[in-house]
Design a protein around this ligand. Structure first.
Ligand code: SAM
Length: 353
């Protein structure tokens, strides 16, 4: 019988092993996060107002926890991924970290809880299980979501009011973070504008933040009828139901926040054509707010930007490199562009005809 070798694992082999184990188990991060949001752990700790003991936390969850030892394991993992602080004593207590306090408590202005609820939903995650089918191809250029469900996310939202509401809430929530970064880091982009059309502007979250900072701009939010019907305009923000593939209303500028990343290059060119028709060729401009995947590989958000491209592969659309953005804009007939970096996943790209 061969003897078992006692040889130690070379350093690079251990690194390789760690890399693969970490990737296999990295799904844990997203799903533990979703679990904690569902159990409302961050909200319960926030409501308590100070570090909370395990029995108090277990009792204060909306669905009281009957298995505190399992809750403790979950909290230990949340601490490992730096979303919870745990005191290191015999009877530990738990508190929020700056990240969970800002982004995971539902009442926080920057909360991403609804975004997590919709995009880590079982039906959405099913698309991730079909990435291989999506890569192999087949009919058309559909997303994995389309291959699994037979329709696009927007198509499904149009006929399912519950999904539509959840989707729009998730979008509005994450839009608050983007919009705040836009008016803080790219204010020059909006200076001097009198009218702007926010194409695919959803429930008007971005429009309202811009309007508050620039009260001189009148903003028209264009979105599909099922999104804007019933929304009431006020304070210089108006809603119009329409289809950006058919017509975009006129304005000094056309704003596209997280729109082109939902579409293939060919569809994006159709949208850009309608945007071009809506602005003055001499003085008008296009303002795109979307991810540039390859900008600053050392940036804190670089991994999230690259991973977003895979999320778009699953749910529909694509993120683009700077070269791809420049080429798309040139093909659409925009001859000049300027990129402004803001403190968000997305960048602000201005383009002129
Ligand atoms: C990813 S969301 C972005 C929403 C918003 N701009 C934001 O950043 O929060 C895409 C938006 O495009 C809208 N949309 C999809 N197809 C559209 C169409 N054909 N015409 C107008 N809006 C459309 C959707 O309803 C949705 O509100």
């Amino acid at each position: 019988m061969p003897e078992l070798s006692n040889k130690t694992c070379p350093e690079e082999e251990l690194d390789g092993q760690a890399l693969v184990w970490n990737q296999i188990l990295s799904i844990t991060d997203s799903l533990v996060l979703k679990c904690a949001i569902r159990l409302q752990i961050f909200d319960a700790i926030h409501r308590h107002g100070s570090a909370i003991s395990l029995p108090s936390l277990a009792a204060s969850l909306p669905t009281p926890c009957l298995r505190p030892t399992i809750l403790l394991r979950l909290l230990r993992y949340l601490s490992h991924i730096r979303l919870i602080n745990i005191t290191n004593d015999e009877h530990p207590s738990f508190s929020l970290t700056p990240s969970s306090s800002a982004f995971l408590v539902t009442t926080s202005k920057q909360s991403l809880a609804s975004f997590i609820t919709i995009f880590l939903d079982e039906d959405f995650l099913a698309a991730f299980h079909a990435l291989d089918v999506c890569v192999s191809g087949g009919e058309g250029e559909g997303s994995a979501f389309e291959m699994v469900t037979g329709e696009t996310v927007f198509g499904q939202a149009a006929r399912d009011p519950v999904l539509s509401h959840k989707f729009n809430e998730g979008m509005a929530e994450s839009a608050r973070i983007t919009a705040a970064a836009m008016v803080e880091g790219a204010e020059k982009v909006f200076e001097g504008l009198r009218t702007m059309v926010d194409v695919g502007g959803g429930m008007g979250t971005v429009a309202r933040v811009i309007r508050r900072r620039f009260p001189g701009i009148r903003i028209l939010v264009l979105d599909l009828a099922h999104v804007v019907d019933g929304l009431v305009g006020s304070d210089g923000v108006e809603f119009v139901a329409g289809d950006m593939f058919v017509e975009v209303p006129q304005g000094d500028a056309v704003l596209l926040v997280r729109i082109l990343h939902d579409w293939s290059d060919e569809k994006s060119l159709d949208i850009l054509q309608k945007c071009k028709e809506a602005i003055n060729p001499e003085s008008g401009k296009l303002i795109i707010v979307d991810i540039i995947i390859d900008d600053d590989k050392d940036h804190e958000l670089h991994h999230a930007r690259v991973a977003s491209d895979i999320m778009m592969m699953a749910y529909g659309g694509k993120e683009r490199t700077e070269k791809e953005w420049r080429s798309l804009l040139l093909r659409a007939g925009f001859t000049r562009c300027n990129i402004t970096r803001i403190k968000a996943l997305q960048h602000v790209i201005e383009a002129w005809i």
